[in-house]
Design a protein around this ligand. Structure first.
Ligand SMILES: NC(=O)c1ccc[n+]([C@@H]2O[C@H](COP(=O)([O-])OP(=O)(O)OC[C@H]3O[C@@H](n4cnc5c(N)ncnc54)[C@H](O)[C@@H]3O)[C@@H](O)[C@H]2O)c1
Length: 398
């Protein structure tokens, strides 16, 4: 009989994973607490934007291998892929992980594998095992492990298969059986370690990115002060054979890079100096951008005797996706609106937003007095703009 997998949390990570496994002949129960998500998936449709995902989900549902529900079911392998945001004050919030673990506890049996895929503060996988133990499960006979996900939105279906994976069990046997599970569908290398190192590895990867982007963002602020084109500067400096500076932007967004470093800072305190500073620099870049836009709006008003219409080009946290989580572009747009500026919000990857109208980008460019590029979406690349003030935070006009 085919092996059964229960995937808890059907978002950007859980749904692609569930659909991939179902297409690899696992019998998959996908679980989500949101009924509409469950209904959409059971119709063979998807509730998020991700290339190729629709094809995988349709095939998985049509073959009967993927069924979504709001309740878990008995399985051989349980995968937890629920959100891990933070509370006020950047305190890690693992409430979703704990509640997902409690929800599977009645179905977990001896010999099962329980995998935490959510990006988690160090020690969370041990907490998953503790929650299972508190439900009377003998955790010496259940394999609990962490396997962080490191896919790139927009390329998830390919990277789920091709990326190397890190697996860290709460016991060496848990590591071994979990590695064997991933080897059934991952073509990249599956690297074995312990649970805490696996947790820290994922946080380290994102903190490394955040720190390097902070360097680029700080350069962009300095270059503005010195009247130097930062994009040209970075291009030139990167011609050094051992220099590879990343690109600046309007800040850092998404629920990974902008969130995960705080998990280290929270636990590491005073010893997490660079990681904390990088976060602060990236957050400051967003505030700095707001000031720049406001100054441009004020200059326009002084010159023309009327309020400037500001086109905020892009709301997503990076190019060519619809994901607005922790997005500096969205934050900037909201702040400008809240502070009374006349704003046209543009995001080609979404059709509406609950807080404001989303305007077509061609129309916005025509109507606006100040055009602010916040995200380098492909739609903006060939726009022809004449005689209007343009502020480019994402390097799309260079
Ligand atoms: N999206 C990415 O690119 C990415 C990449 C690497 C790692 N991660 C990590 O993966 C984890 C999941 O991220 P995501 O992007 O898939 O989040 P998401 O918000 O897209 O999806 C999470 C889903 O879990 C559901 N959920 C919440 N609590 C639940 C519960 N108790 N039981 C069942 N379902 C529940 C939500 O309704 C939602 O549909 C996070 O820890 C994230 O940091 C995400």
């Amino acid at each position: 009989m085919d092996k059964k997998v229960c995937v808890v949390g059907l978002g950007y990570i859980g749904l692609p994973t569930a659909a991939l496994l179902a297409n690899r002949s696992y019998e998959v129960r996908g679980v989500d607490v949101v009924q509409s998500t469950v209904d959409i998936i059971n119709r063979g449709e998807i509730h998020i934007v991700e290339p190729e995902l629709d094809t995988f989900v349709r095939a998985a549902v049509n073959s009967g291998k993927l069924k979504a529900d709001i309740k878990p079911a008995q399985a051989d392998v349980f995968i937890i892929a629920v959100p891990t945001p933070f509370h006020e004050g950047y305190v890690p919030n693992i409430d979703y992980v704990i509640s997902a673990t409690k929800s599977i506890a009645p179905y977990v049996q001896e010999g099962n594998i329980v995998i935490l895929e959510s990006t988690s503060p160090v020690g969370t996988t041990d907490k998953v095992a503790e929650v299972l133990a508190s439900h009377g499960i003998d955790t010496r006979k259940v394999h609990v492990a962490h396997c962080p996900e490191r896919v790139l939105p927009g390329h998830i279906m390919r990277e789920l298969v091709e990326n190397d994976r890190i697996v860290g069990g709460t016991t060496s046997e848990a590591t071994e059986v979990t590695v064997a599970f991933y080897q059934t569908f991952v073509e990249g290398e599956v690297l074995a370690t312990d649970a805490k190192t696996a947790e820290m590895a994922k946080l380290t990867e994102n903190s490394f990115r955040d720190t390097n982007i902070a360097f680029a963002n700080e350069l962009s602020i300095l270059c503005d002060k010195f009247d130097i084109d930062v994009w040209e500067l970075i291009k030139l400096a990167n011609r050094h054979p051992r220099v590879n500076i990343l690109q600046p932007g309007a800040g850092v967004g998404g629920h990974c890079i902008a969130v995960d470093p705080w998990f280290i800072v929270h636990a590491g305190g005073e010893d997490a100096k660079i990681i904390r500073t990088a976060r602060e620099v990236n957050t400051y870049k967003t505030e700095w951008a707001i000031e720049k836009i406001k100054n441009a709006a004020l200059a326009f008003e002084n010159e023309n005797g009327r309020k400037a219409k500001i086109a905020c080009m892009g709301l997503a946290f990076k190019p060519d996706i619809d994901d607005l989580r922790e997005s500096p572009a969205l934050y900037i747009t909201r702040r400008l609106i809240a502070d009374g500026l006349e704003v046209l919000a543009i995001e080609p990857n979404i059709s509406e937003h609950k807080d404001f109208d989303v305007v077509n980008y061609n129309e916005a460019v025509e109507k606006a007095d100040v055009i602010v590029f916040l995200v380098a979406h492909k739609e903006f690349k060939d726009l022809k703009i004449f005689g209007k003030e343009t502020i480019d935070f994402c390097g799309i006009t260079v």
